[in-house]
Design a protein around this ligand. Structure first.
Ligand code: PBG
Length: 317
């Protein structure tokens, strides 16, 4: 048989020779949950290797991660006290500046910018009764972004899906003298059943209703593309699809339309799925994780946000 495609799969060396996706640890971003008022680390169901931590414990964790070659972090600050429509960035700033003080420019620190962990209702917005007050929400998001930048964040990562947030954040950062602080926008973010473990970790589950009036409907491809295009127009430097595995088809089209780098967020439910399968003896965790990362790359992702970034070296990446 002249056309035997199996011939080039027959040895490890031939497979390596032909492999088209390669990436480095520098393109993996490790999420961190830093929670106010915690006495001890609290493991998060399904999120192997990730815990809710207080500031000193997170600093020790980052030190270990740096030793393992992780340089990119996405911080989720979780304040201890929740208010209805009042926001105070004191704890987030404390966490950011502690990291900055200890590690200088050894790492790149992105900070998730949203309101859902700080509000009593758990929605990503300021609400008047049950309705989103868009202008007040944008104002709070921009204020949070500026506070994070002032505390030493390297980049701002808005995850709320409110119309116009990137523009408002960009303007506020520029006015504050942070013209060079990039925005990595959660630009195509779907309403999804795969955020479960995260909402426990960040204590951000909506207390009524759901997020379908601001996050994208999985059936609406045009909207999914438009959201990333608009973020790019408003000045987002980096774009993202989320969840990663359920958005693979959108990564290249978004890149082609915007010319911006597009990342994939392997969200908590996707990652926990692998860990739980492995716990039941139904898959090999390391190999499954590596497989998904290569698939994100094959789909065109420039960077990957994954709870497993700290395992990359162990996986040979
Ligand atoms: C907050 C936010 C969420 C995630 C990142 N930022 C949850 C949500 O939108 O409900 C999900 C991340 C994950 O599941 O790993 N707006």
């Amino acid at each position: 048989m002249s056309n035997r495609l199996m011939r080039l799969r027959a040895s490890r060396h031939l497979r390596n020779l032909c492999a088209e996706t390669e990436f480095t640890r520098a393109q993996l971003i490790q999420p961190l949950f830093i929670v106010e008022g915690l006495e001890h680390d609290e493991p998060i169901t399904g999120l192997r290797g990730t815990a809710r931590q207080n500031i000193p414990s997170a600093l020790r964790q980052i030190e270990r991660d740096l030793e393992n070659g992780v340089t990119q972090f996405l911080l989720f600050p979780v304040p201890g006290e929740k208010k209805l429509n009042q926001f105070n960035h004191h704890f987030s700033q404390q966490a950011i500046s502690a990291i900055r003080r200890q590690f200088g420019d050894d790492l790149c620190l992105w900070v998730d910018t949203c309101l859902c962990s700080s509000t009593t209702h758990g929605h990503c917005a300021v609400l008047d009764d049950a309705r989103i007050n868009l202008d007040a929400t944008l104002n709070e998001l921009a204020q949070a972004a500026l506070a994070f930048a002032e505390a030493g964040a390297d980049g701002i990562s808005p995850s709320d899906m409110m119309d116009g947030r990137v523009a408002r954040i960009r303007t506020r950062l520029d006015e504050g003298g942070f013209e060079l602080t990039p925005v990595m926008s959660y630009s195509t973010k779907f309403a999804s059943q795969f955020y479960g473990p995260f909402r426990q970790a960040a204590d951000s589950a909506p207390q009524f209703g759901d997020r379908r009036h601001y996050q994208i409907d999985v059936r609406h491809r045009t909207d999914a593309l438009a959201c990333s295009e608009r973020c790019a127009e408003e000045g987002a430097d980096l774009l993202m699809v989320k969840p990663g595995l359920t958005s693979l088809d959108l990564i290249r089209p978004i890149h082609e339309r915007t010319g911006r780098a597009v990342g994939a967020y392997q969200v908590s439910g996707e990652y926990a799925g692998l860990a739980l399968l492995a716990e039941q003896g139904l898959t090999n965790f390391d190999a499954a994780l590596r497989e998904t990362w290569h698939v994100f790359k094959r789909a065109g992702a420039q960077y990957i946000i994954t709870y497993g970034a700290r395992y990359a070296r162990q996986l040979g990446i």
